[in-house]
Design a protein around this ligand. Structure first.
Ligand code: ZN
Length: 299
């Protein structure tokens, strides 16, 4: 199943099999389920197992029920997570470029605040005087209340995967006596996700996906999730030993090497540039960066 948030309504994504087009099309969940599920995308996570059972049996290939759309109309697949976790230094080469040994236990975990969450295609205002950087990541979406789950059972607690961009303003992030990871990565628009949630059964190997990030067409990050130091099921298991994970929660699972901070010379996003972040088998995000409108008080 591919589940998206089309202008505030839950939709299943399908492709037209007539051969005329491979453009994705949307089937409205509320209408297709005769009112049983939706239309609010966030409401589906409250009883994900029931929704998922229905979606697997739902007929979404009837062309008259599917409509075309523009990706700018998409919102976050899970638009109201109670918590957004992010994992730092979870790829060896990224830990090295950041000046750290690879973590031997659980890598650093920090929050991305929910106010920074958006859909997949957006315009992001660069914080004034900041060094804004890119981090493409696979994001796991939690599908049921989870506490003390084992690694073996963890996939049963994951609704699906989506693409995330952990946009990071490095000056804020690294200022002060201890790093301000949560704030530096939570400016407005700094947590784009989408274009849709893809369930694990749709992916040949949900633990081995290529992820990449291109800045104005130049490839800056290229990695595979089979290089995660702590893979997704173990992340869920380890987090759930300490915190309760709620349906709809997001886990940004870490970024591979190639961020601007780790380059020599360092490099950051400039106004007018476009960042495309993609994960194999899922889709892509597209962020265009702009400067703050005139007249706004500097930070
Ligand atoms: Zn990150």
């Amino acid at each position: 199943m591919k589940l998206a948030n089309l202008d505030g309504r839950a939709v299943l994504i399908t492709t037209d099999d007539t051969g005329n087009t491979t453009e994705p099309r949307a089937v409205d969940v509320h209408k297709a389920s005769d009112g049983r599920f939706g239309p609010d995308p966030a409401s589906l996570f409250a009883d994900w197992p029931a929704f998922s059972d229905w979606a697997l049996s739902a007929r979404t290939d009837t062309p008259e029920d599917a409509v075309g759309f523009d990706t700018t109309e998409l919102g976050a697949p899970s638009p109201e997570p109670r918590q957004i976790f992010a994992i730092g230094l979870n790829y060896t080469a990224h830990a090295a470029e950041s000046g750290f040994e690879p973590p031997t236990g659980l890598p650093p975990v920090f929050p991305k605040f929910v106010s920074s969450l958006t859909g997949p295609v957006t315009e992001v205002t660069l914080p004034e005087g900041g060094n804004t950087d890119w981090e493409v990541e696979v994001v796991a979406v939690i599908g049921r209340t989870t506490s003390n789950v084992t690694e073996e059972d963890a996939w049963d607690h994951i609704a699906g995967l989506t693409v995330g961009q952990d946009i990071s303003e490095r000056i804020t992030q690294l200022s002060g006596p201890a790093p301000q990871f949560g704030l530096g990565k939570s400016f407005p628009g700094f947590s784009p996700t989408g274009p849709w949630l893809v369930t694990a059964d749709e992916l040949p190997d949900p633990e081995d996906l290529e992820l990449r990030c291109d800045l104005d067409g130049e490839n800056v990050q290229l990695g595979r999730t089979n290089n995660l130091i702590v893979p997704i099921p173990r992340l869920v298991a380890e987090l759930s030993k300490i915190v309760t994970l709620y349906p709809g929660d997001l886990i940004f699972t870490g970024t591979p090497e190639g961020v601007g901070l780790g380059r020599d010379p360092q490099r950051f996003v400039e106004a007018g540039q476009t960042l495309v972040s993609a994960v194999e088998g899922i889709g892509e995000l597209r962020q265009r960066f702009v400067v703050a409108p005139e007249g706004r008080e500097p930070r």
